[in-house]
Design a protein around this ligand. Structure first.
Ligand code: NI
Length: 175
């Protein structure tokens, strides 16, 4: 296992579209282990997408079970080739991203989604998600298409917020 380097804005590779996974092999699963270790290494992240570590494959991990407020969620999910097949409703909510460490932003997302994907062994998965988890899934799947949350804010002037304190590895710096 290894902690991988996270690409950060304005790295142009974050705009690259990722390719579908075709081989559900040990190499894929070893990469997913590294991706998970990377997710857990930095500031608490509810999700991470493969292209954030420079691997342009359609793989994301989300885990909305560790948030402070109880929210409906399916726990720790590894989603390979995820596709959202149904959207319902929309609402604004605050988002952050490991690749955009200095800002949070208000982003409009679907409130409820149906998502289909595969697990790391190629078995099909399907979930109905709502609220926070639906938002996390939409954010991570956007990464697979080269889209960051800052690309989705209605106004960069009023909907982006500089983080006052950014903590990583015990150090902090004023924003
Ligand atoms: Ni992100």
């Amino acid at each position: 296992m290894a902690v991988l380097e996270i690409l950060k804005l304005p790295d142009p590779r974050l705009k690259q579209v990722s390719e579908p996974v075709t081989e559900f092999d040990d190499a894929l699963r070893a990469f997913i282990d590294d991706l998970e270790e990377t997710r857990q290494n930095g500031p608490a992240a509810v999700g991470i997408a493969a292209p954030q570590v420079g691997v342009f494959k359609r793989v994301v991990i989300i885990d909305c079970s560790q948030t402070r407020k109880p929210v409906p969620n399916h726990g720790h999910l590894i989603l390979v080739n995820p596709e959202i097949t149904h959207w319902e409703g929309f609402e604004a909510g605050r988002e952050g991203c490991l690749s955009v460490p200095d800002y949070t932003g208000n982003v409009i997302r679907a409130t409820r989604i149906h998502l289909e994907a595969f697990d790391p062994w190629g078995n099909p998965l399907a979930f109905d998600m709502e609220g926070y988890e639906a938002r996390a899934a939409q954010h991570e799947i956007d990464h697979l298409d080269g889209i960051l949350f800052v690309d989705r804010v209605v106004s960069r002037r009023t909907d982006l917020f500089r983080r006052k304190v950014y903590q990583k590895g015990g150090k902090s710096k004023k924003g």
